[in-house]
Write a protein that binds this ligand. Sequence first.
Ligand code: PHE
Length: 440
Amino acid sequence: MAQRETWATRVGFILAAVGSAVGLGNIWRFPYMTAENGGAAFVVVYLLAAGLIGLPAMLAEFTIGRKAKKNVFDAFSSIGFPAWRIVGLLGLVTGFWILSYYSVVGGWVIQYLLGSFTGTYFGDPGTFFGDISTGPTTVAYHAVFMLITVGIVALGVKDGIEAATKAMVPSIVVILVGLAVWGVTLPGGAEGLAYFLSPDIDALLSNLDTIIPFAVGQAFFSLSLGMGVMITYASYIGEDDNLAVDAGSIVVLNTAIGVLAGLVVFPLLFAQNVDPGEAGAGAVFVSMATAFGELPAGELIGAVFFGVVLVAALSSAISLLEVVVSYTIDNYDVSRVSVSVAVGAIIFLLGIPSALSLDTFGLYDEIANSLLLPTGVTLIVTFVGWVYGRDAVAELRQGTGGFGSFASTWLWHVRVVVLTAVVGTLVLSVSELLGISLFG
Ligand code: PHE
């Protein structure tokens, strides 16, 4: 079997992980979830979840991947715990599951990108979303998005994923900052800012049973946690990276880009008099399209915006596909190209129902975020905290130089705080999914 690939540079690894984290989760899902859950109160819980749960959980995934140098399934046996491969299996299933509907949203983005050049959606943005979000054409663009994803993954770790994300991530930041600065100055912009940034504490406290599961689930989704992306990416680390610094940079950058997206979306929504809670999964698309329709040079600004969203979506989609591809090439003597094509084709088929019905689409998304990812994170955190334990600390210490005592603090934080929080989230999420209210 060929020698295992590695990242060319440490920055390449960080940017690939940021590229995985930053995607539709930040730009499409975060504003939409914030709007559905009442605004700034949701943002507060999300930020706490990203820092207190997401960051330590990401480190947990890194310690598995860097030590094992294997795909998500075999990583567990490679470090001596074959029974825990079940967690890897769940990760593989989740990868198929999420990419199947993620790619449908990717297809929407391509249609908006094309529609921007010609101004097709300018006249009636609401109807445009209805027209493009389901149906045979939606299936076709879902196929186009999968094809591009397959193409990048087929090129490999260095030449495909690393090269692509290096260019993508900086361009996302530059363009979002520009749009945010402009959006805040619009009439109504300040009101949008307040909705996004000034939490109503009473509303927060009385809605904790829904805000917590949605906000924590969103943090997992946005940081690509709970399904082995970070295990897989850390398995390609060649040199002795400082995992804590890497994870810290990834979480900060990802959170910043989510907040930036909110700073773009909410002022624009309010400037257009769109009620954020009304728009559903189309919120970002409809609001942005409305704004671009009324702007001078809206075709150009729209094309730039949706171009960036497409880039962000692709750099996440490739990580979802890579988890499955990595498993297959580690185990079978098949070429990266043929595996990428075959897996891509299966995922495309799995996504067709979501491209035909928004209800099915919503169900896929909810199962992923309320069940699959929280279960994955809970199992990984249990494993790293209580089973892998001291070896995880040793792995973290490697290359962490001055962080010696930080590593054991991290372990206890994972064992107690993170584990309690993720189990609590899982209970709330599953009851939310089943429609049971735990707090009366
Ligand atoms: N983090 C990605 C986003 O925010 C989505 C994703 C989830 C990617 C899980 C990989 C794994 O768009």
